[in-house]
Design a protein around this ligand. Structure first.
Ligand code: PAN
Ligand code: ZN
Length: 184
C-alpha cells in the first residue's frame, strides 16, 4: 500500500491563495529583526507562507505559496528571511505568479547570483545555494515553491552571516549592493 492518498489543492494563480488553506505562517516586521540593516519599526505583515504539508521525507515534494508585501525598511526592500536547506544538497523551484521581485542566491563560499522573479519565471535553485526573495515592485510578490520534503530550513546561518548583497531602493528601481555586514 502506498503511504499517501492522492489529493488536489486549488491554487489561485493571481493571489497565490490555496484552497483548502492547510498551513499558514505569517512573518511580520518584528519576526525579521536582525535581517534588515536597520531595526524595523511597527509590526506590519511582511509575508505569508501557505503550505501543502506532506511527510518530510526524501520521497515527497513539499509545496507552498509565498505572498511578499511591497515595502522597505530604510530603503531595503521587504524580503524573506532566506535560508540554506539543512540538507544542503536539496534543490527547489520557484514559479513566479505575480508582482516584481529578485531572487538572491548565495553559496557558503560567498558567490552570489541574482535572478528575476515575476509572473512566468521558473527559477531553479540547486542544492547548496541559500535563497531569499525581495519585492522590488508596488504590488505583492507571489510565487509557488516546490522542494524535496526533507530539506529543512537553516535560518541560523543567514541570521549570523547575512547575504553577500542587499536589494535596495535606487533611482531606477532596485540596486543590488554589497552587504557591509556580510560575515565571511
Ligand atoms: C520558500 C520559503 C518562503 C519564505 O517556501 O520558505 O518563501 O522564506 P523563508 O523561509 O526564508 O522565510 C522556500 O524556499 N522553501 O524552502
Ligand atoms: Zn527553500
Amino acid at each position: 500500500m502506498p503511504d499517501l492518498n492522492p489529493f488536489t489543492t486549488l491554487l489561485n494563480l493571481t493571489s497565490g491563495r490555496l484552497d483548502p488553506e492547510r498551513n499558514v505562517v505569517e512573518r511580520r516586521l518584528p519576526d525579521l529583526k536582525g535581517y534588515f540593516q536597520s531595526v524595523p519599526a511597527g509590526d506590519d505583515l511582511v509575508y505569508t507562507i501557505s503550505g501543502i504539508p506532506v511527510p518530510e521525507t526524501n520521497s515527497e515534494v513539499m509545496c507552498s505559496t509565498t505572498v511578499l508585501e511591497p515595502g522597505n525598511v530604510d530603503g531595503e526592500f521587504y524580503m524573506t528571511k532566506g535560508h540554506f536547506h539543512i540538507q544542503r544538497d536539496r534543490s527547489e523551484i520557484y514559479i513566479g505568479l505575480g508582482g516584481e521581485g529578485l531572487l538572491v542566491m548565495a553559496s557558503e563560499a560567498g558567490e552570489y547570483v541574482v535572478e528575476p522573479l515575476r509572473r512566468g519565471t521558473v527559477n531553479y535553485i540547486p542544492g547548496g545555494w541559500a535563497h531569499r526573495s525581495a519585492n522590488i515592485g508596488s504590488e505583492p510578490l507571489v510565487f509557488f515553491a516546490a522542494y524535496i520534503a526533507d530539506a529543512g530550513h537553516d535560518y541560523q546561518t543567514i541570521e549570523l552571516r547575512g547575504f553577500p548583497v542587499l536589494v535596495m531602493r535606487g533611482e531606477g528601481g532596485a540596486d543590488v549592493v554589497p552587504n557591509p555586514s556580510y560575515a565571511v
